[in-house]
Design a protein around this ligand. Structure first.
Ligand code: DX5
Ligand code: ZN
Length: 217
């Protein structure tokens, strides 16, 4: 059984004092930095771009797990690599030529992930799963932090786990949206390995403590 990977989402960090939150996550038991890139087109919100990723990269001591909620992500793969991304995840719904985009990401030297919106069935990954390092299951509709977890996620993760086994893929399952201390253990049982959490970590009052509790589940 793979260890639990915790990837705090900086969307809920304090943007007026990012360095403070970067230092806390460096000190914590978290594994990755989850950075949400939104373009106001694929999702109805705009977050931040390359200058902020580069600023975070300067101080982050853990891999950058970059989640692209943008149209035409294939146009910016080298820029995300240059900004410091280690894992680059694109949305299935945003890619007309997903296979080609995944190959670009890998040839740029990053791990390649695909994210599915809540309405997209895992069976759509049947012919690409073998090429993926990671699948990011959205357990909310992407665009905002602090939304309510969608319960159908558990069965979706179970189906994905079966697909990964059937196709002999090495992809790991990451889940994003409404993840907290209460649902991690059930998500883990369903087959998820990596957990993105924004509001439940940064609004907790004790970031180090909640991360170590999440990590030990
Ligand atoms: C939502 C983002 C998430 C978000 C999660 O579109 O992909 O990473 O920050 O926030 P919480 O954990 O608060 O639901
Ligand atoms: Zn995300």
């Amino acid at each position: 059984m793979a260890n639990t990977i915790i990837s705090p989402s900086f969307l809920s960090a304090d943007f007026s004092n990012l360095k403070k939150d970067i230092d806390i996550i460096n000190q914590s038991d978290a594994d990755w930095f989850h950075l949400d890139i939104m373009d106001g087109r694929f999702v109805p919100n705009i977050s931040f771009g390359f200058p902020v990723i580069k600023a975070i990269k300067k101080y982050a001591k853990k891999p950058l797990d970059v989640h692209l909620m943008i149209v035409e992500p294939e146009k910016y793969i080298n820029e995300f690599k240059n900004a410091g991304a280690n894992i680059l995840t694109v949305h299935f719904e945003a890619c007309s030529h997903l296979h080609r985009t995944i190959q670009y990401i890998k040839s740029a030297g990053m791990q390649a992930g695909v994210s599915l919106n809540p309405h997209t069935p895992v069976s759509f990954l049947e012919d690409i799963i073998f090429d993926l390092d990671l699948v990011l299951i959205m357990s909310v509709n992407p665009g905002f932090g602090g939304q309510k977890f969608i319960e159908n996620t558990y069965s979706k993760i179970e189906k994905l786990k079966n697909l990964i086994t059937d196709k002999n893929s090495k992809a790991i399952i990451e889940v994003d949206g409404g993840v907290d201390l209460l649902n991690i253990s059930k998500l883990k049982k369903a087959g998820a390995v990596a957990f993105v959490a924004g509001s439940s970590i940064f609004n907790s009052g004790d970031i180090l403590k909640i991360i170590s509790e999440m990590k030990s589940i």
